[in-house]
Design a protein around this ligand. Structure first.
Ligand SMILES: [Zn+2]
Length: 430
């Protein structure tokens, strides 16, 4: 077998950020393109005919009319909530108490955690998601299970033990010391192991005491190469609760800032109800915001201000927030981001939606030098989409006059049936 693989089809990549530049300058689409892959990385890209000539002995994978792009990157998910996705009728705090916490209690059992992690990666890979950044539960077993299955699939993945030492059931509480010790041990074992990274993970300020946030801030200072993920300003009631719990802080962000948890490697999920100070501080600190649109509609949280935050040049990624989010699909997630934009008076272009789900999330995770685009030297994590995957999509796409008109019906109506193939680390998944 040849050591070079050559993928042929329509190809799409980004030369720059389509939120801040001219569309034609930012996007690179080829009607008939080729991507050469070698040793897990993208070796070269170009017109299909040129690539065939340049790599005559390559093994050719001809995907015909399908679209080849970087695999999707889900920058915020809770794999332990896989089995409770689409649970009815609650808002944030009720959702946690009614559905999330009882389910998360089961993850001290390594077998249960392994089964959930297996299901989770099967669902995400089937949807063309090649990198996820997940919360686990308070149990180290849940982190071990996640990373073990990620290793099996050879995916680039990020996760961390979720830390909570108050306002959660007894069996789901750790302590400042145990949160520090367990996170440190897991981080030392898994961070930088193969394609894996660790994220220090306080769930959110309401479930951590100041002492716990302080301990995790210290751990991050000792391990600045790790990411830090948490939630910020998702619902109005939650923001008020945080103000009651932390009477001496200026705002929600300050509950993290005080303890050294705001910086370039910080990823804040939701970030809907931000004050001007919080926006300015997030921008100044170069922290990342993670937009979780299906979750924001499903749990009834509110409308993320994409236009305003992009105008500030915030780093923004896109995510499912499984299972508060209602889908494993980043296509469905892009559709929801479009709908939230519409409700907020901003029409997001298909290129912007696609960029968010690939390059945007990679940037938010500080991994855009490794994944999220089709460029020479990046890791070969790719998704191949059939842009006519159902009769309803096909009849709409047939009228398309350009790639964006051809892609948008799949963004709005597509699901795992549109995913024709997935490549992880230079290998096509069987
Ligand atoms: Zn979340």
């Amino acid at each position: 077998m040849s050591e070079i693989s050559l993928l042929l089809g329509q190809t799409l990549s980004f030369d720059a950020d389509p939120f801040h530049g001219n569309l034609d300058d930012c996007t690179n689409w080829r009607r008939r393109g080729g991507i050469a892959v070698k040793g897990g990385k993208i070796l070269d890209t170009g017109e299909a005919d040129d690539m065939r000539t340049a790599y005559p002995s390559a093994q050719v994978f001809d995907y015909g009319d399908a679209l080849i792009s970087a695999g999707f990157i889900d920058a915020h998910a809770h794999y332990p909530q896989t089995a409770i996705i689409a649970s009815w009728g609650k808002r944030l705090i009720d959702w946690l108490n009614t559905y999330t916490f009882p389910e998360e209690m089961r993850f001290g059992d390594p077998e249960y955690a392994a089964n959930a992690a297996n299901n989770y990666f099967n669902f995400t890979l089937a949807n063309g998601t090649t990198t996820v950044c997940s919360y686990c539960t308070i149990h180290p077993e849940s982190v071990e299970a996640f990373f073990a299955v990620a290793t099996k699939h050879n995916v680039r993945a990020v996760a961390g033990k979720t830390c909570m030492d108050r306002n959660a059931p007894d069996r789901l509480r750790d302590t400042p010391a145990s949160a520090y010790d367990d996170s440190k041990r897991l981080l030392e074992k898994w961070h930088g192991m193969g394609r894996l990274s660790y994220a220090i993970t306080p769930r959110f300020s309401p479930t951590s005491t100041p002492e716990q946030l302080e301990a995790l801030g210290a751990l991050w200072a000792e391990n600045p190469g790790c990411l830090m993920q948490t939630h910020l300003s998702e619902q109005v009631d939650e923001v008020k609760w945080v103000a009651d719990l932390f009477p001496d802080t200026r705002d929600y962000l300050d509950t993290y800032e005080q303890f050294g948890l705001v910086g370039p490697g910080a990823m804040f999920g939701h970030a809907i109800y931000l004050t001007k100070r919080e926006r300015d501080r997030l921008s100044e600190a170069d922290a990342a915001l993670i937009h979780c649109p299906t979750s924001n509609t499903f749990i009834g949280s509110g409308l993320f201000d994409m236009a305003g935050l992009m105008a500030q040049k915030q780093r923004i990624g896109l995510a499912t927030d499984t299972g508060g989010g209602s889908s494993f699909s980043m296509l469905r997630t892009m559709a929801a981001a479009y709908e939230i934009g519409q409700l907020n008076g901003t029409t997001l272009h298909p290129a912007q939606l696609y960029w968010l789900a690939t390059v945007g999330s990679a940037r938010a995770m500080q991994m855009d030098d490794k994944i999220g685009n089709v460029q020479k030297g990046l890791e070969a994590d790719l998704v191949i989409l059939d842009l006519a995957s159902t009769p309803a999509i096909a009849q709409r796409t047939a009228r398309a006059e350009d790639i964006w008109q051809a892609l948008f019906p799949t963004i709005m109506m597509g699901d795992d049936r549109a995913v024709k193939a997935v490549w992880v680390n230079g290998q096509e998944l069987g």
